[in-house]
Design a protein around this ligand. Structure first.
Ligand code: NAD
Length: 482
């Protein structure tokens, strides 16, 4: 039977031209599902369904009713949390503890946070100086939003976009990554059960072509994209046709600074997990370490020992800390970067290879600590998206800030210190959308999230996310006797 993973106007359909693709379990390298590859005609149909839904029953719902639907969706996610976590782990490879403890509950938390917003989105009344004129603004949905998602935390990152898009009354077309479409299929089913009217959330599974067609589409009003900086640039170019609104959450190369005043136990543990969470496939992962010269030797030795002790395995095994990378391509990419580090003169202190034995068929890679690293090395300059930890030392703060900021990225950064002044000084001087002090790079629905520089445009989460999905219209009423 052919796969039916397209949802257009509430109907589950195969691709109109019969196109399909395989979905692989990264822990085994084996195909475990198939999905429909949306054709150009399917993309048009999904966009048209979303546009029609904007003037259908969705428009007639009150803000309170929209909020209730979002809250119900969160409850349904909670009720199906185990099933969703297992599906996500099979598809992404991430440890079940991460899908069950972070990915799925974060999606529910986002829906609950944004469920409170529809009743609080207000315009303003403005004191214009024209005689007899009342001027006010109203906020209304941008329209049809295409949400394009990566493979590293698909369920959670889909809801990061979807929750504010629906809270503000838009209709959407979801395009999950071709590596990980399955949890999005379940999400769309649950949204229908929660009461989202047909056509408001459409799903097109498929690869780069589907994403490109959405970015170019003349009847799509907005793209919200999370993924690589390179694809982000192509989306900006593709969206120029109708000058659609664009929000981008792109790559990162987060510096993590361990000062002479750091609590080293905390810093070793926090930097290790800040790097290897989801096998390093986290946009904000701590991925270049600047450690004060007075503590660099001890820090590096302890980091390498701790990395070597992490348990690698199938994500479905409860004991696993490090699952596989998501795909054969991603594994090859990480292997290439580690080889380049060796070629450029760095020393691999721990890891650096694929584990063998029972794990030989999956896309596993050992957590890798790298020493003798220079700022100009490729593993310091480029995003790896894998469990690779290059450690460097520093002495003065000015030099440190210059080196930490010498990157095209600016998504996140970390500071490890017990000195409050040092923490605030570095937080102020580092160019990043989020600076974490003595903690892991964890977002929260109430706080704005996004990047400086080539890490993106706009913000997700918090009140800031709403503006990304709203137009503000001025209404001018003349001839009044005020
Ligand atoms: P990717 O850019 O290759 O793909 C992301 C999505 O874009 C997929 O759905 C893909 O099918 C689609 N796509 C591919 N080519 C396209 C095109 N030309 N036009 C439109 N869509 C296209 O990224 P990836 O490899 O899936 O994800 C990893 C990247 O995502 C990393 O760089 C990571 O830092 C970034 N990321 C950022 C955040 C954040 O919040 N800033 C979060 C997660 C991941």
């Amino acid at each position: 039977m052919s796969a039916r993973t397209l949802c257009i106007d509430g109907a589950w359909l195969p691709a109109s031209d019969g196109g399909e693709f395989d979905v692989v379990n990264p822990a085994t390298g084996k195909v475990f599902a198939t999905a429909s590859e949306a054709s150009p005609a399917d993309i048009d149909a999904a966009v048209d369904a979303a546009r029609a839904a904007l003037s259908g029953p969705w428009r007639g719902l009150s803000p309170a009713q929209r909020g209730e639907i979002l809250w119900r969706a969160a409850e349904l996610i909670d009720a199906h949390a185990d099933e969703l976590a297992e599906l996500e782990t099979r598809d992404v490879g991430q440890p079940i503890g991460v899908s069950r403890g972070v990915n799925i509950p974060a999606a529910a938390a986002h829906l609950r946070y944004f469920a409170g917003w529809p009743t609080k989105i207000a315009g303003s009344t403005n004191p214009v100086s024209l005689p007899g004129v009342l001027q006010y603004t109203r906020k209304q949905p941008v329209g049809v939003c295409a949400l394009i998602i990566p493979w590293n935390f698909p369920f959670m990152t889909t809801v990061w976009k979807l929750a504010p898009a629906l809270a503000t009354g838009n209709a959407v077309v979801l395009k999950p990554a071709e590596q990980t479409p399955l949890s999005t299929v379940r999400l769309v089913e649950l949204l229908a059960e929660a009461g989202v009217p047909d056509g408001v959330v459409n799903l097109v599974t498929g690869g780069a072509r589907a994403g490109r067609l959405l970015a170019e589409h003349p009847r799509v009003d907005k793209i919200s994209f999370t993924g690589s900086t390179e694809v982000g640039r192509s989306i900006v170019r593709a969206s120029a046709g109708n000058l659609k609104r664009v929000t981008l959450e792109l790559g990162g190369k987060s510096p993590s600074i361990v000062t002479a005043n750091a609590d080293l136990d905390l810093a070793v543990e926090g930097n290790l997990m800040g790097n290897v969470l989801n096998s390093g496939q986290v946009c904000a992962a701590y991925s270049r370490f600047y450690v004060h010269a007075s503590v660099v030797e001890e820090f590096t030795r302890r980091l390498a020992e701790a990395a070597a002790g992490l348990r690698i395995g199938d994500g479905l095994d409860e004991r696993t800390v490090l699952g596989p990378l998501n795909s054969a391509e991603q594994l090859a990419r990480v292997q290439r970067y580690v080889q380049t580090a060796r070629d450029e003169g760095a020393t691999i202190l721990s890891g650096g290879s694929r584990p063998g034995g029972a794990l030989a068929d999956g896309y596993f890679f050992e957590p890798t600590v790298v020493a003798d690293v220079r700022d100009d090395m490729t593993i310091v300059r480029e995003e790896i998206f894998g469990p690779v930890m290059p450690v460097m030392s520093y002495e003065g703060v000015d030099e440190l800030v210059e080196r930490a900021n010498d990157t095209e990225y600016g998504l996140a950064a970390a500071v490890w210190t017990t000195d409050l002044n040092e923490a605030h000084e570095l937080a102020a001087r580092i160019d990043a959308g989020a600076v974490y002090v003595n903690m892991l790079p964890i977002p929260d629905p109430a706080a704005p999230w996004g990047g400086f520089k080539a890490s993106g445009w706009g913000r997700e989460m918090g009140a800031a996310a709403l503006d990304e999905y709203l137009e503000e219209k001025g209404v001018w009423i003349g001839g009044l006797d005020l």
